[in-house]
Unconditional design. Structure first.
Length: 256
């Protein structure tokens, strides 16, 4: 996690009344300023943003005087939250114009809730700057982890479009979004460019049948990133040779 963010200015405006933001968030810390997950700037110097409010540990949405923050508190800094903001200002019922979901469950109790007026054009999907992980000032940089972000332009989706319950574990897990992204929509997985890890073998040699060292007595094995190694080992001989005991070394410490 670092104090970094992404920014993009769409080449053209699109649907400013209906859109969905879905992402997984792992909170880096609690307390402090309001921090922005996704935000959009507009010419009148207002910012519409999907936020985690650090001062009260709540998820919410804010633009102008239209603020909605959950009553429920979110203070787990070890697990991941799947948060979805579905917006549709064309809805006749005010409370249906912004829907907030956390881990597949719609938040229906809000400490503060002011919904946008009917058919209001919001800042999102204007041809102006949009940010992921920042509000418009360094004071509001999101100090959390993000993964599996989907932005759908022109449709108000539900969590089931982006995640599902694992039948074996009962956990709420991501799944591939199959629908249209619209004009300005996108998908950002926030993962390594390729699956797996790069491996560099250097001086990888084995002992011969007489247990004498070959030209190089060592083997260096490198893996980049988090990983797990599992193997079966049969020691043919554990007799010290040349004052050195055979061992398997991982990250500089003797494991066997």
């Amino acid at each position: 996690m670092a104090n970094t963010y992404l920014t993009r200015t769409p080449s053209s405006a699109s649907n400013r009344r209906t859109f969905t933001i879905s992402t997984w968030v792992k909170l880096g810390s609690l307390g402090g300023n309001t921090t922005s997950i996704f935000s959009a700037w507009y010419a009148n110097s207002t910012v519409g943003h999907f936020v985690f409010r650090g001062s009260s540990d709540k998820f919410g949405w804010s633009q102008w005087s239209n603020d909605s923050y959950s009553t429920r508190l979110f203070r787990d800094v070890n697990g991941w939250y799947h948060v979805v903001l579905a917006v549709d200002t064309t809805q006749a019922t005010a409370s249906n114009r912004i829907k907030l979901y956390v881990n597949g469950v719609q938040e229906t109790s809000f400490a503060t809730s002011v919904y946008p007026s009917l058919d209001l054009d919001l800042n999102v999907n204007t041809a102006t700057a949009h940010w992921i992980g920042q509000y418009h000032s360094a004071d509001f940089i999101l100090k959390s982890y993000l993964a599996e972000m989907n932005f759908v332009d022109g449709a108000a989706k539900t969590p089931a479009d982006f995640a599902e319950t694992n039948s074996g574990t009962g956990q709420w897990i991501p799944k591939e979004y199959k629908g249209s992204y619209g004009t300005n929509g996108f998908y950002l997985p926030f993962k390594k460019a390729t699956d797996g890890y790069s491996v560099n073998f250097r001086n990888l040699l084995s002992y011969d049948s007489s247990l004498t060292f070959p030209l190089s007595p060592g083997a260096n094995f490198y893996l980049d990133g988090d990983f797990t190694i599992e193997c079966w080992v049969k020691m043919a001989d554990y007799t010290a040779r040349g004052g050195i005991n055979p061992s398997i070394l991982l990250m500089g410490s003797t494991q066997l």
